[in-house]
Structures are given as structure tokens and as C-alpha cells.
Design a protein around this ligand. Structure first.
Ligand code: ZN
Ligand code: FE
Length: 262
């Protein structure tokens, strides 16, 4: 058999493209190929591509909300990009060239891209995991110090989706869909006021935001150490919430409800 190339021999560049008021789109560039994760609007993405002299080969859609798909058609027309999105959500997404099922794997720039259903925020929301890039694109499922609001799915479903993401390798960088981290931090301290990792992360977040820098990506290890929505199963969190006998999913649901009215 042919030995697999070391991931370090395959440099992935991920460019963060701020869009609209607080969305992030991501350009993934490797081996001369470029893919875009979500298209909140076309303008900033067109400009970024032009500045780098890149064309756009593919567009990967996470879910149907307008702030993730509005730029898809214009970018498809300009660049002739191949559009991939979840089969389960095909009726609500822009026209797809490739429909992706949960568990599907496709190739990009010579590397595997794994598709995970992470329903909860919407039904049919998917995430993209690229092991060679040590990166996962999670949009409005797992977010920096937070998670998306549960609009369409159930709390159990969102907990299951977050648990799937939590099972990825610890050194995976989590690229989420919005810059919500400061507000998430203000909430996180109400759940774990004594978590030292959370306190030092909040210092980093404040520093980054004062410098006008994004707070994404963050490693999954850091999310697991600080994100209250991933920590619903911990006995310390359960006891702080007076929910010691409750299931992890129920504790997650309580934390999510508290955030909704925070
Ligand atoms: Zn959304
Ligand atoms: Fe969104």
C-alpha cells in the first residue's frame, strides 16, 4: 500500500472572512484548490478571493438560514463553484450539485472531508470535519463558548449533536459561524464562576476583541474545558445547578434555556 502523506506535508490555509454584522465565512485553501464554508453574503468573499488571486472551486453549506446562504447563487455564477449541502435539507437550501448524507466522506484537495449531522439549531444542519487540517466547521451547532439556539430540533437532539462533535480529536480547531463569544463568555461565568480555564480564556477573548480580532477558531480541548454547553455532564456543573440526579441531556437543556433568557 502507498503510505499516506503526513498531514504536515499538506498545508491547509483557512482564511476567516467576516461578513454581515457578526457572521464568519471560511475559505479553505490547499493544493491550489479553494472551498468556502457558508456564504453569508458575496461581497467580502469576492474581495478576499480577488486579493489572493484565488478562484472558488466549491461551496459547502451548513444549514438553510439566510445568514449562511444568501451569497451562494452569486458566488456560484461568478466562479462556477460546485455547491455541496445536506441531502436532508435539500428543499430549503440553494440548488445543490452534491447532496451529502450524515456520515458521508468526500475528497477535497486530496484529503477526506467528513460530514456530520449536527441537527438541533435546525433539522439537517451539518458540520464538516477535515482530519488532515485538524479542523471542523460547525457554524451554528458548537460555537466558541456557546452553541446555537435550538430552533427546530429538540434539546436531546442538540445534546447528541454536541456530543458527536465533542468526540472529535482534542486538537481539532472549531470554526463556528458567528462572533458571539463575548456574550457567550458573560453567560458562561454564571454556570461556572470558579472555572480557572474559563477565566483565563475570557482574558484572551477580551484581548482579542479589543484588538478587533476574531475569537475563532478554538481547539476542541479548550471548548471542553470552558464551554458550559459541553460541560453539562460534569458532576460539578450538575451540583451547582442543583440537578445532581438529572441526565446530561436535561442539564444541557436547562443551561440552554437559561441562555435563551439571559
Ligand atoms: Zn443559523
Ligand atoms: Fe447563523
Amino acid at each position: 500500500t502507498i503510505p499516506r502523506e503526513s498531514p504536515f506535508a499538506m498545508p491547509f490555509e483557512v482564511i476567516i472572512v467576516p461578513c454581515r454584522s457578526d457572521n464568519y465565512a471560511y475559505l479553505i485553501h490547499a493544493n491550489g484548490q479553494t472551498a468556502l464554508v457558508d456564504a453569508p453574503e458575496a461581497g467580502p468573499i469576492v474581495n478576499e478571493l480577488a486579493a489572493r488571486g484565488w478562484s472558488l472551486d466549491e461551496i459547502w453549506i451548513t444549514h438553510h438560514h439566510g445568514d449562511h446562504v444568501e451569497g451562494v447563487e452569486e458566488l456560484r455564477e461568478r466562479h462556477g463553484a460546485l455547491v455541496r449541502g445536506g441531502a436532508a435539507d435539500r428543499d430549503r437550501l440553494p440548488r445543490l450539485d452534491v447532496e451529502l448524507d450524515d456520515g458521508a466522506t468526500f475528497q477535497f484537495a486530496g484529503s477526506d472531508v467528513h460530514v456530520l449531522d449536527v441537527s438541533g439549531h435546525t433539522i439537517g444542519h451539518i458540520a464538516f470535519h477535515i482530519p488532515d487540517a485538524k479542523a471542523a466547521f460547525t457554524a451554528d451547532s458548537l460555537m466558541a463558548l456557546g452553541c446555537g439556539r435550538v430552533f427546530e430540533g429538540t434539546m436531546d437532539q442538540m445534546w447528541a449533536s454536541l456530543s458527536r462533535l465533542a468526540a472529535l480529536p482534542d486538537d481539532t480547531l472549531i470554526y463556528s459561524g458567528h462572533e458571539y463569544t463575548l456574550a457567550n463568555a458573560r453567560f458562561a461565568v454564571t454556570i461556572e464562576p470558579d472555572n480557572p480555564h474559563l477565566m483565563s480564556r475570557i482574558e484572551d477573548i477580551n484581548r482579542a476583541r479589543s484588538a478587533g480580532e476574531p475569537t475563532v477558531p478554538a481547539s476542541l480541548a479548550l471548548e471542553k474545558a470552558t464551554n458550559p454547553f459541553l460541560r453539562a455532564g460534569l458532576s460539578s456543573v450538575k451540583s451547582y445547578l442543583n440537578m445532581s440526579g438529572e441526565s446530561d441531556a436535561n442539564v444541557f437543556a436547562e443551561i440552554r434555556r437559561r441562555k435563551d433568557s439571559f
